[in-house]
Design a protein around this ligand. Structure first.
Ligand code: ARG
Length: 394
């Protein structure tokens, strides 16, 4: 069989590449570049020793940013109100790339290195089947029950040395939207995350003393400038990951509900994503009409659930995105973010399409609001409740 493998260069996927090769399959190892700290050199070396027929690096950063992170920002997407879907967003993007690679190589199947306990197996398999019903999707780590020592032996036989002691106790997944970290001591929800579990952000107590401000500009709801200089969404995101990381912002520690029924404890670092979602939300507060804003907020919850649950390629996600797209047309403006130790918050916003009317809001003499109109409005607004209260009284 010819198999396209989603390959990270880590212990698990290298063991998969080695064993498939030993079983006589042809393995095409595909390493997706999504803005994570690069492991491509090491991955290339290990893939070759494992005996793959091809090793490919696919630069998915532009596609990931435009087709996945843009909609996520538009949706202010946070699963269970907190998690900005770091890993969940990358899976459909990688799946599409795997399918494309499978077509190019004339492969029979794609394979991923997920276990049977996580969400990522759901996301990969649903996505691949939606895009390419004729391809097999293989989940060797789920099927084989290969122990870590067995995997290490297999690799050592091929000259791939991975020291178990050096292998991190954590399971980490990273892309430009953030970093997910689980397992090890984090499995005890009472234990505070040790500093070493974090990889992107400084300990807030050692962050710079002086606050700093940045201004993010948005065009049609997508970041388009930083401190008045034109910049791509990806550039703005990378810059805010750096600033937020230095200031120790963007850390999350949560218990979340997986699609497969397990509660798990995860920590995340997403300084850029969380800052941008907050800024974007503040711009919407300024510019979107009240009912639209409220309805959008309800759909945002649904959108995040769909994407978390592996239903990126679904008619509901597409339809909700079409609705969101109408809300972002012309959504232009700027948001001021202030960073101080451990904290990033919005301190100002302005827009040429702002619906904020100072003459209506003001408590000064410049007030243009017709106060007399309020009396009748309030009386009629409260009529049903007042009527109900009187009947209850009797
Ligand atoms: N729990 C998160 C999710 O389902 C992150 C999973 C990422 N995987 C990992 N190896 N840490 O989206």
């Amino acid at each position: 069989m010819k198999i396209v493998l989603a390959y990270s260069g880590g212990l698990d996927t290298t063991a998969v590449a080695a064993r498939y090769t030993d079983e006589g399959h042809e393995v095409v190892a595909v390493y997706g570049e999504l803005g994570q700290p690069s492991e491509r050199e090491r991955a290339a070396g290990r893939a070759e020793k494992a005996g793959v027929v091809a090793f490919e690096v696919l630069d998915l950063r532009a596609d990931f940013t435009d087709a996945y992170l843009g909609p996520a920002l538009t949706a202010n997407a946070m699963y269970e109100g907190r998690y900005p879907l770091v890993s969940a967003l990358s899976r459909p993007c990688i799946s599409a790339a795997l399918v494309e690679a499978a077509r190019r190589h004339g492969a029979d199947a794609v394979a991923h290195g997920c276990t049977g306990k996580g969400n990522d197996q759901v996301r990969f398999e649903v996505a691949v089947r939606a895009l390419a019903p004729d391809l097999d999707v293989l989940a060797p780590i789920r099927d084989w029950e290969m122990s870590r020592p067995e995997a290490l032996d297999l690799l050592a036989a091929k000259g791939i040395e991975i020291e178990l002691t050096k292998a991190s106790p954590y399971s980490i997944d990273e892309n430009v939207w953030g970093r997910s970290c689980e397992a090890g001591i984090l499995e005890d929800p009472w234990q505070a995350p040790p500093e070493e579990a974090y990889g992107w952000t400084a300990d807030p107590s050692s962050a710079p003393r002086d606050a700093v401000e940045v201004v993010v500009g948005f065009t049609d709801g997508i970041p388009s400038s930083l401190d008045t200089r034109d910049a791509s969404f990806l550039d703005v995101l990378v810059a805010l990951n750096e600033i937020g990381g230095r200031y120790g912002t963007g850390r999350l520690d949560m218990i979340e509900n997986r699609r497969v029924g397990i509660k798990s404890r995860e920590i995340y670092e997403a300084p850029g994503a969380l800052a941008l979602i907050d800024a974007h939300r503040h711009l919407e507060d300024l510019c979107l009409e009240r009912d639209l804003l409220h309805e959008k907020a309800r759909l945002e919850i649904r959108w995040a659930e769909l994407v978390y649950d592996g239903l990126w390629f679904s008619p509901l996600r597409e339809a909700v995105d079409a609705f969101f797209a109408t809300t972002q047309q012309g959504l232009t403006g700027e948001v001021r973010l202030r960073y101080s130790a451990g904290r990033c918050h919005v301190v100002g916003r302005r827009s040429p399409v702002s619906l904020y009317d100072e003459s209506l809001a003001t408590y000064t003499d410049a007030d243009s609001f017709t106060h007399a109109d309020a009396e009748g409005f309030v009386r009629i607004w409260g009529m049903p409740t007042v009527g109900w209260a009187q009947v209850k009284e009797r």
